[in-house]
Each structure stands twice: as C-alpha cells, then as structure tokens.
Design a protein. Structure first.
Length: 267
C-alpha cells in the first residue's frame, strides 16, 4: 500500500460506526458467485445465501474507509433471524467493537447488520480478523485460539468434494484484498500462495445445509483454522446425530481447515 493509498483509509478503532445505507442482493450476482464455486444457485430457491454476507460485511468496512488489504478471517458468527429474498431491500450498518495488539499484528472485531423494511435485523455478521504486520511474517500468535468444534474427522459424514482453481478464485475475489489473488501479496502475508476468502469457503457450508434443510433461521459460529489455497481440494463433512446437524467443516489433508458450530437451525 502506497502513502497516497494509506491516506484514504482509517485505522480501525473501538466504537467506529459505519454509515447506514440501503442495498440488496440481486439474483444474477448471487448466481455468478455461487456458480464460480461450482455450486448450483437453485439450491437457495430465491433466498439470499447467508454466506454471502460475510464478504458484504467486509465490503461495507471498505466503503467506510476500513481497508481489507491483507486481512485474514479468524472467527465469524453469522446469525440469520429470518429468510431474505433475492432483490429484497435491506439497510446495512456496522461498528468496530474492539482492536487488540497480538504478536503477528492487530486483531479487529467488527459487527455488521442488515435490517429489513420493518427495521428489525434480518442478519448479523460478527468478524474477528487478523491484520498482519509484514515485518512480523515469521512470528506466530494471533491471540486466544478457541477450542476445536470437531474433535475427530473420522466420525463425520462426507457430503461433498470440491477442487479449486486459481482462475476461479480470482474471478470470485473482489479487488480489495490481493491476498486472495496476488501470489506476492500472499507471500508477504506468510502464505505459500493466494488463499480463498472466508466468505467463499462458507459458501460450501451453507450450500450443503440448504441442500438438506433450507432453513429460515440459522446461526453459525465459524472458525478459520487453516488456510485454503486457490488450488486446494477439500471435502465438506458434517457431524450428524439422530438426524440433527451439530457441526460442519471443510477438511483437507485429513485436517480441519474451516469448521462451524451450528447453534441454531430452524424453519
């Protein structure tokens, strides 16, 4: 980032509020993004995919001068309180809840929420993300590490397998975070190659849930344990007991990359 670029951004600080604005998710754009993941858009039957709001929340920060350049998702909670239909008008706003120094850089916690015409929240995305310091690329440590959601991959049921391509990930990723499409930016961040954004990975999780349940109410506590690179192959696996899905993950090389606790699932 050049000095001129830096001057247009605001460093995140506790209590920083985003401006409210109206927005929506159009059917064509959701179909494009979901299709780039190799997922059938018709799975959602005209509903907005809640995974898409992870990226939309990040973009809202960018609109409010909080840059996303090089940041890495660590934990994200997505709470959908009702189904939203594609094309439905929404109002979005947000706030930086906390910023803390960690050995590898700074960790920011933000919350962005999307409300319907009635003024009630339809979906909330809370994100904890690392903003790496390039001078500390070899340093480990990004704050407290939450306990694993999934203890044993061998007990899970596989519901899908996907292989990414650099071309597909580049087409999916927006222009705001080159760690997802620029090999040199990824290396500066400490990664062997570009990594997919957290929101893109969660697309595979929500698509698997919708393929089975199509819920109106959903809450996921999502943990990004290991990077998924733009050329990786991974599986989607679920912890299913007595017909209930309790957790879901993306796994590669027999290790959890992204995992989610399913806190609420309703109709």
């Amino acid at each position: 980032m050049t000095q001129a670029d830096a001057e247009q951004w605001t460093e995140p600080c506790r209590g920083y509020r985003f401006q409210s604005r109206e927005m929506t998710v159009e059917a064509a754009e959701q179909a494009r993004l979901v299709g780039l993941c190799g997922i059938d858009p018709d799975i959602f039957r005209g509903a907005m995919d809640p995974a898409g709001f992870i990226s939309l929340a990040i973009q809202e920060g960018v609109r409010n001068r909080i840059h996303a350049n090089g940041t890495v998702n660590m934990v994200n909670t997505v709470r959908q309180d009702r189904q939203m239909r594609l094309g439905e008008p929404l109002t979005v706003t947000g706030e930086i809840l906390d910023v803390e120094e960690v050995p590898r850089g700074r960790v920011a916690t933000s919350e962005v929420w999307f409300s319907g015409a009635d003024g009630k929240r339809a979906l909330t995305s809370r994100r904890r993300s690392l903003r790496p310091d390039a001078s500390k690329a070899a340093t480990r440590g990004a704050g407290e590490r939450p306990d694993p959601v999934i203890a044993d991959l061998a007990t899970l049921k596989t519901v899908g397998t996907f292989t990414l391509t650099p071309e597909g990930v580049k087409a999916y990723s927006g222009p705001h975070n080159p760690i997802h499409f620029d090999p040199e930016a990824a290396r500066r961040g400490g990664f062997r190659a570009p990594i997919i954004g957290g929101g893109q990975g969660v697309r595979f999780i929500t698509a698997s849930i919708w393929q089975r349940f199509r819920p109106a109410v959903l809450e996921l506590d999502i943990y990004f344990r290991r990077p998924i690179y733009w050329d990786d192959t991974f599986t989607v696996r679920v912890d299913e007991r007595d017909g209930t899905w309790r957790a879901i993950c993306l796994a590669k090389d027999d290790k959890v990359a992204t995992e989610a606790r399913i806190s609420r699932l309703g109709w």
